[in-house]
Design a protein around this ligand. Structure first.
Ligand code: UDP
Length: 356
């Protein structure tokens, strides 16, 4: 197939501001190339694609506001000089020589375009239900073209009440980029965008109660929120490690005893959970969203009721009972980039037949 991928209109690839979509896109493109497909990627100016063999087209413009930072009932807004519009236009201009467009941006315009352009456009939805207007446009298009949508996890898809039989494609990771580390004697870790929906404060609470330090990796998206957390706890607890690219992140993360993952929202997937597992690091998280579906309780980590910080602590004390090999094995068996790309290709091949 000849595919055109539309990346997220928030942050250029490599900035970290696009969150998990950045890594997901890179994994998917490598898998698609390896499977012999031809791939063009449309992404914001300054984007860096880490894969040879795909063509990158970058465009400039004003960014969308991320949906997780708006009210559920917010109106759709498209800024003047819109980056999203420029990305969609670029994808359409390339479409004469393509079979389909695969959209990875979580926004209204590309989904609405499904009915309004010649080339089939499919959507890998990267978030749970964060916007009423996006929910409605998905519902509308889904009623006519149910196969044009895929989701990362079942629990993510179930957030859209009208979805009957969701296409679940999981996610994929380039395992050769993550080195398994068998020694679990290191510090406690937390990885993610530092922003309220990611719930860093619960992990800091647990580390603090245990008298331990928490190593925190990721971009500080909300500085006010970060300093509020710092004020609540002793300044000794958090060790800010900044945003690291994958090769450096996995090296540091792999030394850790456990990843504490404490999202407040319905995480669609949770890349950082699988990246920790790939390094052999067990994960303690809440029984909700993607992590609740990914983590095998007692095998690759532990799951506790959402917000139950005391249980987080008691399971942290038992973390050494998890066999680190099992963590890596789960990723090898369930979340390689190639198996992810194959699931996406199977979905697209089926969907394109139905579409035409
Ligand atoms: N990440 C990174 N370096 C860091 C911290 C995070 O590259 O120092 C990446 C991580 O690899 C993951 C992404 O940030 O792919 C976060 O994705 P996730 O799905 O966990 O959450 P999202 O930000 O999409 O809500």
């Amino acid at each position: 197939m000849r595919l055109i991928l539309i990346s997220t209109p928030i942050g250029y690839l490599g900035s970290g501001r696009g969150g998990g979509v950045e890594l997901t896109l890179n994994s998917l493109v490598s898998g698609l190339i390896e499977l012999g497909h031809s791939v063009k990627v449309v992404a914001p100016y300054k984007s860096n694609l880490l894969i040879n063999g795909a063509e990158l087209f970058t465009v400039k413009g004003s960014e969308q506001k991320s949906w997780q930072h708006q009210d559920y009932n917010s109106h759709i807004q498209i800024p003047r000089d819109s980056l999203l519009v420029a990305m969609v236009e670029k994808a359409i201009s390339l479409s004469k020589n393509a079979d389909l467009i695969l959209n990875l941006s979580y926004d209204w315009l590309p989904i609405w375009m499904t009915m309004n352009i010649e080339i089939p456009i499919f959507h890998l939805i990267s978030m749970a239900n964060e916007s009423g207007a996006i929910n409605d446009v998905i519902a509308d298009i889904y009623s006519r073209f149910p196969n044009n949508f895929a989701f990362h996890t079942k629990v993510q898809a179930s957030d859209y009440s009208f979805i009957q039989k969701p296409q679940i494609v999981g996610n994929g990771f380039q395992l050769n980029k993550y080195v398994f580390q068998s020694n679990g004697g290191g510090p406690l870790a937390w990885v993610g965008r530092v922003t309220p929906e990611k719930g860093l404060e619960d992990a800091v609470y647990a580390a603090n109660k245990l008298g331990e330090k928490l190593h925190v990796w990721g971009i500080i998206e909300n500085k006010e929120y970060a300093s509020e957390i710092e004020k609540k706890f002793s300044s000794e607890v958090i060790i800010w490690k900044g945003f690291l690219e994958t090769s450096l992140l996995q090296k540091e993360l792999g030394k850790c005893r456990a990843l504490i993952n404490t999202p407040k929202w319905n995480e669609a997937y949770g890349n950082v959970v699988v990246e920790a597992l790939a390094c052999g690091v067990p994960v303690i998280s809440y029984k909700k969203g993607g992590p609740g579906e990914i983590i095998q309780h007692g095998e690759t980590g532990f799951l506790v009721e959402a917000g139950d910080k005391d249980s987080l602590i008691s399971y942290l004390m038992k973390i050494n009972s998890i066999e680190r090999r099992n963590c890596r094995k789960w990723v090898e068996q369930n979340a390689s980039y190639l198996s992810f790309a194959k699931r996406v290709v199977n979905w697209l091949e089926m969907a394109i037949k139905e579409f035409s």
